[in-house]
Design a protein around this ligand. Structure first.
Ligand SMILES: C[S@@+](CC[C@H](N)C(=O)[O-])C[C@H]1O[C@@H](n2cnc3c(N)ncnc32)[C@H](O)[C@@H]1O
Length: 436
């Protein structure tokens, strides 16, 4: 079925149900009432002022909230005009009701502190569009509280999605799909959102809290702080010169040696380069200082956001006259278009808070025919690494989602570069690409 056909089915189903939806004759929809106290309790954990209810229907949740907190500002959106009409009859002051599609929320960026979505999400034909849209309208640090149906077993979900739902379409139901924990996590990752909790409550209820990260500036600051706290162990970890750092590499990266990868990456750069090279983020220059000592003819600029990292890099690179150290943001590089012959980025892209801006800026300052050379973490290669990254490195602030898979990264690069080398070792990718 096409998206339009699914949506038409949903509108048809709820046009029929609108008048009885909140009554005692609501049949299967009566089950939705069980969700409202849990959603309210979740919302009450943090203050909010502007709330959006996605797929609000006749507005039972808005009614509850409005009664309890009449001073706040509420917006409800629903695809079915009749559901919105019934909600409108309640004449709730300060509640705005909109007929519209949750996959394309018609609100300004950063408009809401909280978004709720109860028993509506399984009707959306393109769930990623919904998550992308929620990311856009949520304020930094804002939450999505998602309530829907789920089943623990992948086999049971498969049965529901491929057998039960097509049968339900025959009796006029617009359901599309139910999801498990990993599905929701992927949707969050791709949208740049963080899945804070995912619980199955009762027999088949999904109760999930998703958060939009703080603003890029705040994230830069917390990243800077986390690197500051770890400045003394940073080099030990990367170079594995302590027993525990060797263990970390074995556990985290499945034995992939980042010293080896660093060597391979740096071998893409000729020692006799006579053009300009930008190294971002330089970190402590732990891998690069030897290489730069050999590159006597190149004009090398090393940039990092963290003063702490730069001060250590300065100590290492101090006597190299052709090396300049600069404090700056990869998302806003202080250079003209097409300034550099080589753009080197080692272990940076998994940490950069605004990756789109980083890809855009590194591309912009590179000359046509210049080389983009990099290595960093990619997800989807090892379950162990992925979960350790998620549970530890992201929480520590060393890594910042979303992360590309190898496939996604290759496609992203191929749009603007010719890939001459693209290798994956464990969960690390390294490549050399020529700007077209
Ligand atoms: C089961 S009702 C839930 C209503 C309410 N949230 C509640 O908890 O009682 C599902 C609602 O989702 C709406 N819906 C389905 N697809 C939608 C979409 N793409 N955008 C907005 N609303 C949608 C339907 O019109 C319907 O009102």
């Amino acid at each position: 079925m096409t998206s339009k056909e699914y949506e038409d089915l949903s509108v048809k189903e709820f046009t029929k149900a609108a008048e009885i939806y909140e009554s005692d004759n609501a049949g299967v929809y009566k089950m939705c009432k069980k969700d409202y106290p849990d959603v309210l309790a979740e919302l009450e954990k943090e203050p909010f002022t502007d709330l959006l209810d996605c797929g609000c229907g006749t507005g039972p949740m808005l009614t509850l909230l409005h009664r309890k907190y009449p001073e706040k500002h509420y917006t409800g959106i629903d695809l079915t005009p009749k559901m919105i009409k019934v909600a409108g009859r309640k004449k709730m002051k300060g509640v705005e009701l909109v007929v519209g599609d949750c996959e394309n929320l018609p609100f300004a960026e950063n408009s809401f502190d909280a978004v709720i979505c109860c028993e509506s999400f399984h009707h959306y034909p393109d769930p990623q569009k919904f998550f992308d849209s929620v990311y856009r309208v949520l304020r930094p640090n804002g939450r999505l509280v998602l309530r829907d149906m789920t089943m623990d077993s992948a086999a049971v979900r498969w049965f529901c999605n491929t057998v039960e739902m097509p049968l339900a379409h025959l009796i006029g139901k617009g359901d599309v799909r139910i999801y498990g924990r990993e599905d929701i996590r992927k949707l969050c990752d791709n949208a740049g959102l963080h899945m804070e909790s995912f619980e199955k409550r009762g027999f088949c209820r999904l109760h999930c809290v998703v958060r939009k990260p703080q603003s890029t500036v705040d994230r830069y600051d917390s990243i800077t702080d986390s690197y500051k706290q770890s400045r003394n162990i940073y080099d030990n970890v990367l170079t594995q010169d302590k027993w525990w750092s060797k263990l970390y590499i074995r556990l985290f990266w499945g034995g992939v040696d980042d010293n080896d990868i660093a060597e391979k990456v740096l071998s893409f750069i000729p020692d006799d380069l006579s053009g300009r090279l930008l190294d971002v983020p330089v970190g402590t220059a732990v891998f690069t200082h030897k290489k730069y000592s050999a590159m006597k003819n190149a004009d090398i600029t090393c940039l990092d956001y963290s003063e702490d990292m730069l001060s250590q890099a300065r100590e290492r690179l101090n006597d190299l006259e052709n090396v300049t150290l600069v404090q700056g943001d990869v998302g806003k590089l202080p250079y003209k278009n097409e300034t550099f012959d080589i753009l080197l980025s080692m272990n940076g892209f998994h940490a950069f808070p605004d990756k789109k801006a980083a890809f855009r800026e590194t591309y912009r300052v590179l000359k046509k025919g210049g080389r983009f050379i990099a290595c960093f973490y990619i997800k989807g290669e090892s379950k162990i690494t992925d979960s350790l990254v998620r549970e530890l490195l992201v929480k520590k602030g060393w890594f910042t989602p979303p992360f590309d898979t190898a496939d996604r990264l290759r496609k992203r690069l191929q749009k603007a570069y010719d890939l001459t080398d693209f290798k994956v070792e464990g969960s690390m990718v390294y490549f050399s690409a020529v700007k077209r």
